[in-house]
Design a protein around this ligand. Structure first.
Ligand code: MTE
Ligand code: CO
Length: 424
């Protein structure tokens, strides 16, 4: 076990006291170094107790504590050959609860962040409608709007792990996901306003960024639960998330959630554009490609401990936590193993269980200080159970990039350090 924990001995001693006082869920006692003497952090007056702090005029728009400056979106250098057509990753191991703060939502752009003013943006509806229409942003704000929480997962999330364990950290293996409360106008209302023709069975969504990204969406989905969203977590969309307006396609792959949404064309067949032919399709071993694999299968990952968030205390009470989600509903149950699948335990779900949203789970246990193999397995509300990576490979082969929802393993050593591994 490591001798250089993040917490000072005094802090760990405090935690030990708290565990005893509150009767912590785990049964073991925290093992900690004895403090050599009185703790100056308790016995001496500290600088922040002696001087006035910043006033209310210093931060008109708040930012996280400067002591949390390491909590940022990160890139994988070999994946980021070109910054404007690239990806960064949500720091899942630094987050709690189910909501991703706006400044930490991963970004994926095909041609960088479009810079569009609210007043300059237009959304057009054309094709198989009675009235071709153009809406300003202020027009959109006059339609009834709804608030709903959804995860957005890029179909390429965990894509680098198909052929074997590769990236050391859940931020990089699983961080192409965010979970946000959206405010938006149901797409159905805009289509009704334009007079959708019964022959209109498909919709093409187009972005206003330089890539002019397009995706075909079947009309049943468009009329069901899609939103034309203007706000995330209560404030207007961030530029990088598609300001002033993006499409929300609940439970379906992130690529369909067109940002800087400028046009909705109604047709009677899919368009077969780039992002639904050469990209976001899965080439199987026999040479056939899976297409239109829109729904994101149930998936989970342990965020703590994990390679970027090792165990920094000795044997005793240990908190394991992670997130799970499904494009088909809710997550009523997550199983966790700490011995590589010999024994499984039902994790404790905590926080709201919302349709097509991220869920948070915990498993508290007494670590005996020996190596561990951690895995989590999500069950969704349809009864689907998250498969192992090998089970997926039997069906999909090794050519895939997209839709890898296999079970993730972290190996923990005696020092508490974690590593991305696969076990047979
Ligand atoms: N929409 C436009 N107009 N341009 C884009 O490059 N990227 C897509 C999608 N919508 C993209 C887009 C992809 S591949 C994903 S995974 C999501 O947006 C990422 O959304 P985010 O940047 O909010 O994480
Ligand atoms: Co994507």
């Amino acid at each position: 076990m490591t001798d250089t924990p993040k917490h000072s001995p005094s802090r760990r001693q405090f935690l030990a006291g708290a565990a005893v006082a509150t009767g912590a869920a785990a049964t073991g006692k925290l093992v900690h170094a004895q403090a050599a003497g009185p703790d100056p952090l308790i016995t001496e007056l500290q600088p922040w107790q002696q001087y006035l702090g910043d006033g209310v005029d210093v931060r008109p728009y708040g930012v996280p504590s400067k002591h949390e400056a390491h909590v940022v979106r990160r890139t994988v250098p070999w994946l980021t050959a070109d910054a404007v057509s690239s990806i960064n990753f949500t720091p899942l191991h630094e987050l709690e609860g189910i909501i991703t703060p706006n400044g930490l939502c991963f970004e994926r752009h095909h041609s960088g962040v479009a810079d569009i003013a609210w007043g300059d943006h237009r959304l057009m509806i054309n094709g198989l409608v009675d009235n071709q229409m153009v809406f300003t942003m202020d027009d959109l704000m006059r339609f009834p709007r709804e608030n709903r929480t959804y995860f957005l997962e890029c179909a390429a999330n965990t894509g680098m792990e198909w052929r074997g364990s590769q990236l050391n950290g859940c931020q990089f293996t699983h961080g192409m996901i965010h979970n946000v409360v959206y405010t938006g106008v149901p797409l159905r209302l805009l289509l009704e306003e334009a007079g959708l023709k019964t022959s209109g069975t498909w919709l093409l969504a187009e972005g206003a960024d330089a890539s002019g990204m397009t995706r075909s969406i079947p009309m049943e989905k468009a009329l069901d639960d899609c939103l034309v969203a203007t706000h995330m977590n209560g404030e207007r969309l961030r530029a990088e998330q598609g300001y002033p307006v993006r499409l929300v396609v609940p439970g379906w792959e992130g690529n369909m959630w067109v940002k800087w949404l400028r046009r909705l064309e109604i047709g009677d067949a899919p368009w077969h554009h780039r992002e639904e032919t050469s990209k976001y399709t899965d080439l199987l071993a026999n040479g056939d490609a899976r297409r239109f694999t829109w729904e994101m299968d149930a998936k989970s990952v342990i965020t703590n401990p994990s390679p970027q968030a090792p165990i920094t205390h000795g044997p005793g009470p240990t908190v394991l936590t992670g997130v799970a989600w499904s494009g088909r509903g809710t997550i009523p149950r997550v199983d966790v193993t700490i011995d590589g699948g010999i024994t499984w335990h039902q994790a404790r779900m905590s926080g709201p269980s919302l349709d097509k949203s991220m869920h948070r789970f915990y498993y508290e246990f007494d670590w005996d200080g020996r190596p561990l193999l951690l895995q989590s397995r999500a069950h969704d509300s349809t009864g689907y159970v998250q498969p192992t990576k090998d089970q997926l490979r039997v069906v999909r082969g090794f050519n895939s990039i997209y839709h890898n929802n296999g079970i993730q393993t972290w190996a923990i050593n005696e020092a508490g350090e974690a590593e991305n591994v696969e076990i047979g």
